[in-house]
Write a protein that binds this ligand. Structure first.
Ligand SMILES: C[S@@+](CC[C@H](N)C(=O)[O-])C[C@H]1O[C@@H](n2cnc3c(N)ncnc32)[C@H](O)[C@@H]1O
Length: 293
């Protein structure tokens, strides 16, 4: 029988957990990919009573909400946190991104090749994650090149996660090579089916031009809207000034910056939520903790 929400383990809460969760924690995300992750839209609040948890944690989630929704979300984190409980927040560090942007811009203008490459990458961190209208955006294309000329720099930014994406890319590519002949046959059949559909669409577009175009346009906008509300894109960014300020506006206290490896959460490294074997998953982050008194 399905467990009701109130029967799940409490005390430690990981919201917007994605693929990084631990069984000792209560884990929530939009879509539950695994057993032990509660599916819930955090824009509707956090589905627990006041003062349920000793720790509330989220990593690379806050920036996916608008500034206003982000504040409401942080208020919800505070509501479900017990008195003297800890909140830990990790976000991309806008200050570092901006610094790298300025440095690489300068070098790129002066003709430095590695700065030119790094400039391309940092623009993806700065903008592609915000403006993209399809999953992965230009950043996925960058990872799916056979050779990434500034790979070391990119890995220094995205850490272990980048290596995992690259490994997956090469695995898929090898699989594709093996399946090529089978795939080629199906591709040809599919091509024929779709070219028939293309003729049909062309005919429809001639006879019902205006209405057809309007429907198609609406479909496209709905698709984009759904994607942009789907939790992948960045809607706001934070730095070591604005995140502590937000926390203090919400009357959190003892606010301090920390690292992927350090925390006042007991046995933090044991859970391997931000690092494994002394390697940080997202070294490009700003890590902040605070208390509810
Ligand atoms: C960049 S991932 C970070 C995942 C994980 N915390 C980590 O550090 O690897 C952002 C996560 O937030 C989730 N998310 C974004 N908006 C959400 C929402 N409104 N409700 C629930 N989850 C949301 C996404 O589904 C995604 O898993």
């Amino acid at each position: 029988m399905e467990k009701s929400i109130s029967e799940y383990k409490v005390k430690l809460l990981n919201v917007g957990c994605g693929q990084r969760f631990h069984e000792d924690w209560t884990n929530i995300d939009f879509v539950s990919t695994e057993k032990g992750v509660i599916p819930y839209n955090l824009l509707e609040g956090i589905p627990f009573e006041n003062e349920t948890f000793d720790v509330v944690y989220h990593s690379h989630v806050l920036e996916h909400f608008s500034k206003q929704d982000g504040k409401r979300f942080m208020q919800e984190c505070k509501r479900v946190l017990k008195k003297n409980g800890i909140i830990r927040v990790a976000v991309p560090n806008l200050e570092e991104i901006a610094k790298i942007y300025l440095q690489s811009l300068k070098g790129a203008i002066n003709g430095d090749f590695s700065d030119q490459l790094n400039y391309e990458w940092i623009m993806l961190e700065l903008f592609d994650q915000t403006v993209r209208n399809f999953s992965g955006g230009e950043m996925a294309k960058y990872f799916h090149q056979d050779v990434i000329k500034n790979e070391e720099f990119v890995f220094s930014r995205v850490g272990e996660e980048g290596r995992i994406i690259r490994e997956l890319y090469f695995k898929e590519k090898n699989k594709e090579k093996k399946n090529h002949t089978k795939k080629y046959f199906f591709k040809e059949v599919l091509k024929k089916i779709f070219s028939f559909q293309a003729y049909r669409n062309k005919l429809l577009s001639i006879f019902f031009t205006k209405e057809y175009k309007r429907i198609k346009e609406n479909e496209k906008y709905i698709k984009i809207g759904k994607f942009r509300m789907g939790g992948e894109i960045h809607q706001w960014m934070y730095d070591r000034y604005s995140l502590p300020r937000l926390l203090s506006e919400l009357e959190f206290t003892d606010i301090y910056t920390t690292s992927a490896f350090d925390s006042r959460i007991q046995d933090w490294n044991k859970y391997e939520l931000e690092s494994k074997n002394n390697i940080a998953f997202k070294p490009d982050s700003l890590f902040i903790e605070a208390f509810k008194r």
